[in-house]
Ligand binder design. Structure first.
Ligand SMILES: CC(C)(COP(=O)(O)OP(=O)(O)OC[C@H]1O[C@@H](n2cnc3c(N)ncnc32)[C@H](O)[C@@H]1OP(=O)(O)O)[C@@H](O)C(=O)NCCC(=O)NCCS
Length: 434
């Protein structure tokens, strides 16, 4: 087991902050990051790259957990300072709709070395961390998953989705929109400063958005790609609103003359107004010598196809889960939200790990929200905590989960009432991979 509050015979668990070079823990952080790279099959990283990444981690104030074997390893095997398992956490705000934010524990960099897998190390790290997060006052934990079969057992449910799109920007591409602002090309390095500012505005209007980690501005500006090198292919266009405020940008690359049809790839596209979004697409559609624009991380609910004269210019693929949420504290999570409709529902939540187990009455009346524990109360709906995470941002319908046999409806119409209540003002979409 890998509870960081314990040392077992086999393993020692250490938890430490990502620190600066002068700190005695720095060597430990470097080995930790190398272990993460090993777990995700990355190429070996140079010391220089490790240092750059750790500087970004320090800006994020990440906490790093490593699991270390106590035994002296055999000759030539990796030294014991190289953890056999890693687990990273950050704390950021999640937009839970109607401009409300909830501090959320983000979990990332989960790896267990193959030679130590299926000994309960992940279970130990996860359950201990969720308990600590709850003790620290977090009502919600979040992650993105490499495989869909791992995290349900720990109470995480899929809460937002994304997909990949290809947009035909040939003669058929025409957006029905009269520009109100303008788009200008800029040196992509300006995004080092601008990207967080613009993103913050986007974050405030997007349910499901989580504040981005420091690495984003480096990647989208081309200052540093995943291998640590400058990304000289990146280009950038800024959108200026009618009052000359920069309210959106697109960072993009040409895929090269060997890629046919000739393609521009969107690296990042964020817009804090509907006009900025459409006008950035008008710009992308106007790039000469290019037949299509691809975007790997596009929203599922996208105004683009509706704004196009010919919506079939957009072809979508690879619809997939994105953000997974884990409710740790039901009353705190439900009270943090504002609801799309007034109503009253008694929700019974099952949680195998115990954090969120119980029955609560949720009432929303003219924007006033109350959540009251009603032990033994007659539920309108009963569900696992995973399903509460799924419906929380309004992107998954309780009616669908009832049809799937996941949510049980005890009062007729309660699933539909829950769908109306959990609705948010814009489709939930998380623009932050972590
Ligand atoms: C996924 C990973 C972290 C699991 O670590 P582990 O220490 O072997 O997991 P545990 O032994 O604690 O297993 C915990 C539970 O999860 C299950 N599980 C673990 N990995 C799983 C997988 N890939 N798919 C389905 N179930 C999995 C185990 O069967 C076990 O189930 P149970 O406790 O309900 O019986 C590890 O295999 C790994 O590092 N994989 C590569 C990197 C990766 O994918 N990380 C996740 C990033 S989001």
């Amino acid at each position: 087991m890998a509870d960081p509050r314990e040392t077992t015979e086999k393993y020692t668990i250490k938890r430490f902050r990502s620190v600066g070079k002068e700190d005695p823990d720095y060597g430990q952080a470097r080995e930790w990051l190398r272990a993460v790279g090993f777990g995700f099959h990355d190429e070996q990283r140079s010391d220089e790259l490790i240092d750059k990444i750790l500087a970004m981690y320090q800006a994020d104030n990440r906490e790093l957990t490593g699991v270390y074997v106590n035994d002296e390893p055999p000759l030539h095997a990796l030294n014991p300072g190289f953890p056999v398992a890693t687990f990273g956490t950050l704390e950021n705000k999640l937009n839970v709709g109607y401009g409300r934010e909830l501090p959320t524990r983000q979990i990332t960099a989960v790896t267990v070395r193959g030679t130590h897998r299926r000994h309960g190390i992940l279970r130990g790290m996860m359950t201990a961390d969720l308990a600590d997060a709850k003790d620290d006052g977090f009502a919600m934990a979040a992650l993105t998953a490499s495989e869909a079969s791992i995290y349900g057992r720990f109470g995480f449910g899929v809460a937002t989705f994304e997909r990949s799109i290809k947009v035909d920007t040939g003669p058929k591409f025409r957006i029905r929109h009269e520009p109100v602002g303008r788009v200008e090309i800029a040196d992509p390095r300006v995004l080092l400063e601008l990207a967080p500012e613009v993103f913050e505005r986007v974050h405030h209007r997007t349910p499901g958005s989580i504040v981005r980690q420091d690495a984003y501005r480096h990647q989208v500006s081309g200052a540093m790609n995943r291998e640590g090198a400058e990304d000289k292919a990146i280009k950038c266009a800024l959108h200026y609103g009618p009052n000359a405020t920069i309210d959106g940008y697109v960072s993009y690359k040409f895929a090269g003359w060997d890629t046919k049809p000739y393609t521009v790839e969107v690296v990042d596209l964020v817009a804090s107004t509907d006009e900025a979004y459409l006008e950035l697409w008008q710009f992308l559609g106007s790039i000469d010598l290019v037949d299509q624009v691809s975007w790997a991380d596009a929203p599922v609910e996208d105004p683009l196809a509706w704004a196009l004269v010919d919506g079939r210019c957009v072809t979508a693929s690879d619809y997939r889960d994105m953000l997974w949420l884990r409710v740790l504290d039901v009353p705190a999570a439900l009270s943090a939200r504002r609801y799309g409709a007034d109503g009253r529902l008694v929700l019974q939540v099952h949680d195998a790990l115990g954090f969120a187990d119980g029955t609560w009455e949720l009432a929303s009346d003219g924007g006033l929200v109350t959540v009251t524990e009603v032990p033994g109360g007659n539920p309108d709906l009963s569900m696992d905590v995973t399903d509460l995470g799924s419906v929380y941002l309004g992107a998954v319908s309780p009616v669908i989960l009832a049809s799937a046999g996941r949510i049980r409806e005890h009062s007729p119409g309660a699933a539909l009432a829950a769908q109306h209540m959990f609705a948010v003002e814009r489709p939930a979409h998380c623009l932050t991979h972590f």
